[in-house]
Ligand binder design. Structure first.
Ligand code: A2P
Length: 275
């Protein structure tokens, strides 16, 4: 199973499906990573906040895959904002992962009330030259936050990881990202398994194509040019979630899925979210 990649603005590429790891601890995640890599995953998403970087690193090593074959993202949250704290933060992530570098380092939340994301980004820019990280990006940023980074700093974020699924389509944010050559990455693309997959529109399309509703959602996302990082600890569903590139939704079907949007975006611009 080969997963397509998207180009990043700095010349690297990112696999369009990755494995989300939030809410699985070190012991739980390591064997899931091995199953995922065996199935064909080449992109793993973790964060300092998830407290599972040791397990993620162990899983990558246990899989036997060469380091350069797998794209690893991690994120630094509020405690690493301001005062060059991100330098020590990245070192700690690499120590926990037991890796020499990560492919993508993200600011986990803008935390606008603290107003430190611009200075944190300037620290990220120095890290981009350190050999310890290839690409730098952001998570849970809105246009106003990105406007400031683009105006006040030098390196453009390659990616913005946001909550996005058929009920929360974030079409304005995705359009903004696209207009600024920023890849949108969707966290919780399956709606956290909370009823989204029962939507009749998704069930009908799944029957049409002989796929599951989850596969239809992931095909919709990838068809929009979005990267998705679904979570699963079930080996069968892990395989299912990358087996999505042998069918194509029509424009009308894509629109029908986008029409499931309820506008109910979760608040993620504070430190209260686990994502
Ligand atoms: P499980 O780990 O038992 O597979 P999200 O990525 O949107 O946060 O959603 C994660 C949830 O969706 C998990 O509870 C996961 O459960 C479930 N899930 C993952 N893949 C599938 C799938 N292909 N079909 C149904 N549920 C899935």
């Amino acid at each position: 199973m080969t997963i397509p990649t998207l180009p990043l603005s700095d010349g690297y590429t990112i696999p369009q499906i990755g494995l989300g790891t939030a809410s699985l601890n070190d012991e739980q995640i390591a064997p899931v990573i091995v199953s995922a890599i065996e199935a064909g995953y080449r992109h793993i998403d973790t964060a300092f906040r998830y407290k599972n970087q040791r397990g993620v690193g162990k899983g990558i090593r246990d899989s036997g895959i060469a380091r350069q074959e797998v794209f690893v993202t991690t994120k630094l949250d509020g405690e690493f904002q301001g005062n060059d704290r991100a330098i020590a933060g990245l070192d700690e992530c690499l120590r926990q992962l037991d890796l020499d570098y990560v492919d993508l380092l993200l600011i986990h939340w803008p935390l606008p009330q603290r107003d430190e994301y611009v200075s944190t980004w300037k620290t990220f820019e120095t890290l981009a030259d350190s050999g310890k990280v290839r690409s730098i990006g952001v998570s849970n940023f809105k246009p106003a936050h990105l406007d400031r980074l683009l105006a006040e700093t030098t390196i453009r974020p390659v990616a913005n990881q946001i909550q996005l699924n058929p009920r929360i389509t974030r079409s304005d944010q995705h359009a903004y990202d696209q207009a600024h050559d920023i890849v949108t990455v969707a966290w919780s693309p399956l709606g956290q398994g909370k009823g989204l997959l029962d939507e009749p529109t998704l069930q009908t399309l799944a029957a049409t194509y002989g796929k599951t509703p989850a596969q239809v959602v992931l095909r919709w996302l990838t068809g929009l040019g979005i990267v998705a990082i679904p979570r699963s600890s079930n080996p069968e569903r892990l395989r299912q979630n990358i087996d999505i590139f042998d069918f194509t939704l029509t424009a009308a079907e894509m629109d029908a899925i986008s029409a499931l949007d309820t506008g109910a975006e979760k608040r993620v611009d504070s430190d209260t979210s686990g994502h």
